[in-house]
Design a protein around this ligand. Structure first.
Ligand code: ATR
Length: 291
């Protein structure tokens, strides 16, 4: 029941996820089920692509309207856009491309960071005592990002956009400094992170692979430092409960799982593809069933 062939016709809008490999992608399951549930006449395919340029040249029909990008084509995808969202440009990678209906131009976006940031904000708004009457839940918060690679950049730019003060902690200090200067924030090394506590109630986001299976005993920050954080996010999602998140929870912080970033960025892409509000429960169910 992955594809709903009965609805395919001359005006069906074609979408897909561009990557290599692509066989294990859950995206076709998510989007086809979600398209169907809101009555959107679209289809979403796994697209095993070697060259993004030649793929886009070949499939230039106006009905090929939306793509997700995954490893290793996020940077190549950006180069093929006619216009790129400023944050995606700053990050240097896209994960979503839309063909603009009015003029056929290819528009590039990075919604990975939106997924993480919106998951964090939702969790913050749910915390007792948080004033969320107006504006972003992150405004004015001190937001510490561990890592300065693609995901680190995405979180740092996203947090800055929401009005947080950003500090980048990275193993390689030069990369922390470079990213920090771009977002107008501070830079520290991973070693310094242990004793970094300018204030309490900070937000922490790990974007490195530290703690990922099979090295589940690793963590990027000692437990005793976690008491200064009110919320901890870990981009690692295998395992779901990393050592970092477990210790954060034990230290009294709210936690946001890496899987939430995946789920939330699917909501955003769905809305960009279709113009319909995302069927959130259905998308969560599909992801859980295909885990
Ligand atoms: P991604 O696009 O997923 O962010 P990346 O661009 O390769 O991946 O970036 C990996 C990040 O994780 C980097 O910040 C890297 O630190 P360095 O800049 O010092 O390389 C960090 N990282 C990876 N493995 C790490 C480890 N074992 N300990 C600490 N940091 C690590």
């Amino acid at each position: 029941d992955l594809y709903n062939f009965r609805q395919i016709g001359y005006d069906t809008k074609v979408h897909g996820v561009i990557g290599n490999p692509i066989g294990h992608s859950k995206s076709p399951h998510i989007y086809n089920a979600a398209f169907k549930s809101v009555g959107f006449n679209g289809i979403y395919l796994p697209l095993l692509v070697d060259s993004v340029t030649s793929f886009l040249d070949t499939y230039s029909s106006p009905d090929f309207v939306g793509y997700s990008y995954t490893i290793p084509h996020k940077e190549a995808g950006l180069k093929c856009c006619d216009e790129v969202d400023p944050i995606a440009k700053a990050i240097g990678a896209i994960n979503c491309m839309i063909r603009r209906p009015t003029d056929g131009k290819l528009m590039g976006y990075n919604v990975d960071y939106l997924g993480a940031i919106s998951a964090i904000e939702e969790r913050l708004k749910g915390l007792k005592g948080t004033n969320h009457a107006s504006g972003s839940a992150l405004a004015g918060k001190l937001f510490v990002v561990i890592g300065a690679g693609g995901a680190g950049k995405a979180l740092a730019y996203g947090a800055k956009e929401e009005g947080a003060r950003v500090v980048v902690a990275n193993r390689t200090y030069d990369k922390a400094k470079e990213l920090a200067s771009k977002v107008g924030g501070g830079a520290i090394t991973l070693a310094e992170l242990e004793n970094f506590r300018p204030e309490d109630g900070m937000i922490l986001a790990n974007t490195t692979s530290v703690g990922m299976k099979p090295r589940v005993d690793d963590t990027p920050i000692p437990k005793k430092a976690l008491k200064h954080y009110s919320l901890v996010f870990d981009a690692v999602y295998t395992p779901k409960l990393t050592r970092l998140l477990r210790e954060a929870q034990e230290s009294g912080a709210a936690i946001v799982y890496g899987t939430e970033m995946l789920v939330n960025q699917a909501f955003v892409q769905f809305e960009r593809f279709t113009g319909f509000p995302a069927p959130k429960e259905l998308i969560r169910d599909v992801l859980a069933r295909n885990a």
